[in-house]
Design a protein around this ligand. Structure first.
Ligand code: SF4
Ligand code: SF4
Ligand code: SF4
Length: 283
């Protein structure tokens, strides 16, 4: 009888420890999942957003993840396959847990489906919150202007681009909707052979929209031309540097207050000789 009681006690203890272990395991798993979700909710600086998106932080604050932009992109008139009469995959996707973008927000991956720079830009005016700001793609006459799109910028890796090796290739150049404007071919002499020419793709940074059609068209195994968000790909000289030869830059200065043209106290107040000689003994 005593033996029976002991057996029951041991079984009950085992069950208790098993359920504690299971509970802890589930807790850890839940924690990991939550950590993963929280990480995704922060977003990635590499995400390419639809045309006319606000800056990433403002976009994340404003987008309500309704999917209307992606729906408009998928159902646009120009997205019908002429042969089958069926819609092709849309450019814009709504991020899922496995995607490298904040869950539920619209983004695109040029190597899957680039943006076709639709003239009527159907994805933008449907946005109910202004996360896609129609004013960013509207010209002075109030007309939608697809050349004002700014999703990112194309970057060329000269080490992998075969045109920089002297092999003739203009796949990216031909794919660009702003042919010979956003991307140009620069002539160079091939010093190695002495008789051939290089025709190298060069991006006009102010004109490129970041549509990704050139990345999709690139013939190398991993595209030698690829999209980057502008904030990531470009430097910033600071508002206090002014191009004396550039009319637009002159206008910018004329419209700016003196406060905007200062270095905002970032410049050191120290005497440079003090700074350079810091810690040096002259005795
Ligand atoms: S402009 Fe680009 S993202 Fe917008 S609907 Fe057209 S293809 Fe889609
Ligand atoms: S339509 Fe606007 S609010 Fe809706 S998912 Fe697209 S960007 Fe976000
Ligand atoms: S991303 Fe490429 S194809 Fe699109 S505008 Fe820029 S250079 Fe042209």
């Amino acid at each position: 009888m005593e033996k029976e009681v002991k057996k029951v006690q041991i079984t009950a203890r085992r069950r208790f420890f098993t359920s504690v272990a299971q509970g802890t395991g589930l807790g850890i798993m839940g924690g990991l999942l939550w950590a993963g979700y929280a990480e995704k909710a922060k977003g990635s600086p590499l995400t390419l957003r639809p045309p006319a998106a606000l800056s990433e932080n403002n976009f994340l604050r404003t987008c309500i993840k309704c999917g209307l932009c992606a729906e408009a992109c998928l159902n646009r008139d120009s997205n019908i396959d002429r042969e089958s009469g069926k819609p092709r995959p849309g450019t814009l996707k709504m991020a899922k847990a496995q995607d490298d973008a904040t869950i539920g927000t619209p983004f695109f991956v040029p190597t899957d489906v680039p943006c076709y720079m639709c003239e009527d830009i159907p994805c933008v005016p449907v946005c109910p919150t202004g996360a896609l700001d129609v004013s960013l793609v509207t010209d002075k006459n109030g007309e939608l202007d697809f050349t004002m799109m700014d999703m990112g910028i194309a970057v060329v890796d000269p080490n992998s681009c075969i045109a920089f090796w002297g092999i003739q290739c203009d796949a990216c150049y031909r794919a660009c909707p702003l042919l010979d404007e956003a991307i140009k071919l620069e002539y160079g002499r091939n010093e190695r052979t002495g008789k051939h020419a290089f025709l190298m793709p060069v991006i006009e940074m102010d004109i490129c929209t970041g549509c990704g059609l050139c990345e999709k068209a690139c013939v190398t195994e991993k595209p030698a031309i690829f999209m980057q968000p502008r904030e990531l790909a470009l430097g910033k000289p600071g508002d206090h540097y002014v191009k004396g030869w550039d009319e637009k830059d002159q206008e910018r200065v004329a419209n700016q207050s003196e406060k905007d043209m200062t270095t905002h106290g970032k410049r050191s107040q120290e005497d440079p000789t003090d700074y350079l000689n810091e810690g040096v003994s002259f005795e």
